[in-house]
Design a protein around this ligand. Structure first.
Ligand code: NAD
Length: 232
């Protein structure tokens, strides 16, 4: 039998034990700001300083954070599983990469990247971006955080959908299942007959669509599942 093709979707919950707050955490960075103000193109047009400061704070926090056992286990799976392992994340931190993963698909962008709103050139973001920073390619003063805001189209959708169409196993980890299109990946995987697994602290909104639900902390559930897969 050939080794199964695995597609993994991660969300804020996988980075929670690394000290990065989820969107639902009370008192966290997100709780102090309205989504409309910091995570929409309209919010950026209204008050770019607020938005740049918000992502500067998140970038600084992420730079200090270390990957946890869940990030490391997924890197081990990528390195040792005989079949394909596609890692898609909604997270904008780089803890998967710090944990040893390669080819991580950041569908909602990345804190460590800057994007020119004029020519779409990308370059490594400085730790602190500033408003109206020049693009190194076209020199327009139109740098912005390379983050997919609400109302914008997530990145790499074609590649993700192609991979899901060939998935044997789909796993969602630490995501509340209420932001589309990511929340719909489980349906695409079911459509092609893949086994679907959810690993979450609290059940996600789409929990009913999963064949197997493994509640608990990602630092425990993910290494256990990876050990099972690698043991064959
Ligand atoms: P989320 O905060 O909505 O959900 C986090 C999930 O992780 C929850 O289901 C929770 O039970 C689980 N969790 C928490 N700690 C965990 C742990 N230690 N181990 C395992 N699971 C744990 O985050 P999300 O689902 O990644 O959100 C999806 C996307 O939606 C985000 O990428 C973001 O773009 C967007 N979003 C933004 C906002 C906002 O702007 N305020 C709010 C919600 C979602």
């Amino acid at each position: 039998m050939t080794a199964p093709s695995i597609v993994i979707l991660t969300g804020a919950g996988i980075s929670a034990e690394s000290g990065l707050g989820t969107f639902r955490d009370e008192g966290g960075l997100w709780a102090q700001h309205r989504i409309e103000d910091v995570a929409t193109p309209e919010g950026f047009a209204r008050n770019p300083q607020l938005v740049v400061d918000f992502y500067n704070a998140r970038r600084a926090q992420a730079a200090e954070a270390s990957p946890n056992a869940a990030h490391r286990a997924l890197a081990q799976l990528q390195a040792e599983h005989a079949g394909s392992v596609t890692l898609v994340t909604q997270n904008v931190d780089d803890l998967h990469e710090k944990g040893g993963s390669t080819d991580v698909i950041h569908m909602h962008g990345a804190l460590n990247s800057a994007l020119c709103a004029t020519c779409e050139h990308r370059w490594p973001a400085p730790l602190a971006m500033s408003v109206g920073q020049d693009c190194p390619n076209c020199a327009g003063p139109t740098a912005r955080p390379d983050i997919v805001w609400f109302g914008e189209i997530p990145y790499h959708m074609e590649r993700i959908e192609r991979t899901l169409a060939n998935a044997d196993v789909f796993v969602a980890i630490g995501t509340s299942g209420n932001v589309y299109p990511a929340a719909g990946f489980v349906q695409m995987a079911r459509h092609v007959g893949a086994e679907t697994i959810e690993m979450n602290l609290e059940p996600g909104e789409n929990v009913g669509l999963f064949d197997d639900v493994r509640p608990g902390k990602a630092s425990e559930t993910v290494p256990n599942w990876v050990a099972e897969i690698l043991a064959g």
